[in-house]
Design a protein. Structure first.
Ligand SMILES: [Zn+2]
Length: 295
């Protein structure tokens, strides 16, 4: 079931949103939802995919995109029949997953995230040339964890687990045990291009592969998989993604071991045959991130 919140708004042709987008116009963005199970829905808008768990014990929002979308997100949550957001879980610190924190934190939600999410949001971060200032106090996670935390709500058992990171050093996977749904955060993109290993945020390609394997081990053929970006997926697609990334890393590692420089390896276009297309993360950028991880 797919509901359109405001049909009059332009259908945002997706939305390979750059998490780097700083000055964007969000006025045309619509938030759409797709129910995955009774009481669990995914919300799509601009930025990382969100999930909502709702029922008699309160509403949990997984990730909250960009600050200018907070009211639209509230409207979408209400449209599901859910009460106002009581808990927020951040899958990691990036601004297209935590931009609504200040709003939801200020309106009474308790924010959960990995320890390193709070550390990074509390301190200035750099990405290339760009400097990301510390977040305001209201945006910071209030409950943090190292390995994970389990929420017992709405008849569900929701495991929020750190399985090794890789996109950053604070990635959480969210798993609804009984409903067999997993939100992967940005460990998994179902969009063209390559994965984002944010080395400056403690990301590491080998950690990412380890985390993907750990997540796959939690799944079966019926599991509904929410990628950080892109449409709903499943275990078989995630396995194919993991195998592609693993093979790509093998090729890059072989070039590195043969004595190539990074620039020489990039010039050889070793990943072209995978036909991942042009996306947020180019082949060159992915090779560079893998290179740095392996160093
Ligand atoms: Zn991210």
């Amino acid at each position: 079931m797919k509901r359109t919140i405001a049909a009059a708004l332009i259908t945002a042709s997706l939305i390979v949103v750059s998490p780097l987008a700083a000055q964007r116009d969000f006025s045309e963005v619509e938030i759409t939802s797709e129910e995955l199970a009774p009481g669990v829905a995914v919300l799509f808008g601009a930025g990382g995919n969100m999930a909502v768990s709702h029922g008699e014990d309160g509403t949990v929002l997984i990730d909250d995109q960009f600050a200018p979308l907070s009211e639209k997100i509230e409207t979408a949550v209400a449209y599901l029949g859910a009460s106002p957001v009581k808990y927020v879980v951040n899958t990691h610190w990036h601004g297209d997953h935590t931009g609504g924190n200040e709003h939801f934190g200020s309106t009474g939600a308790t924010i959960f995230a990995h320890d390193n999410v709070r550390v990074r949001m509390s301190n200035e971060q750099t990405r290339g040339e760009r400097v990301i200032p510390p977040s305001p106090r209201a945006a910071l996670p209030v409950v943090t964890y190292d390995r994970g935390v389990t929420l017992h709500l709405n008849g569900d058992t929701i495991d929020v687990v750190f399985v090794g990171g890789g996109h950053t050093d604070g990635d959480s996977i969210v798993r609804w045990r009984e409903k067999n749904i997993v939100h992967m955060g940005d460990l998994y993109f179902k969009i063209p291009g390559w994965p984002f290993v944010d080395v400056e945020s403690g990301g590491d390609i080998e950690d990412m592969l380890f985390s993907l394997d750990a997540a796959i081990n939690m799944m079966d053929a019926e599991t509904k998989v929410i990628p950080g970006h892109g449409p709903i997926s499943d275990k078989s697609e995630l396995v194919a993604f993991r195998n592609t990334v693993g093979e790509a890393v093998t090729r890059i590692r072989a070039l590195r071991d043969s004595g190539s420089t990074l620039e020489e390896a990039q010039a050889l276009r070793p990943l072209d045959s995978f036909e991942r297309g042009e996306g947020f993360i180019s082949e060159d950028r992915f090779i560079e991130a893998v290179w740095k991880s392996l160093n």
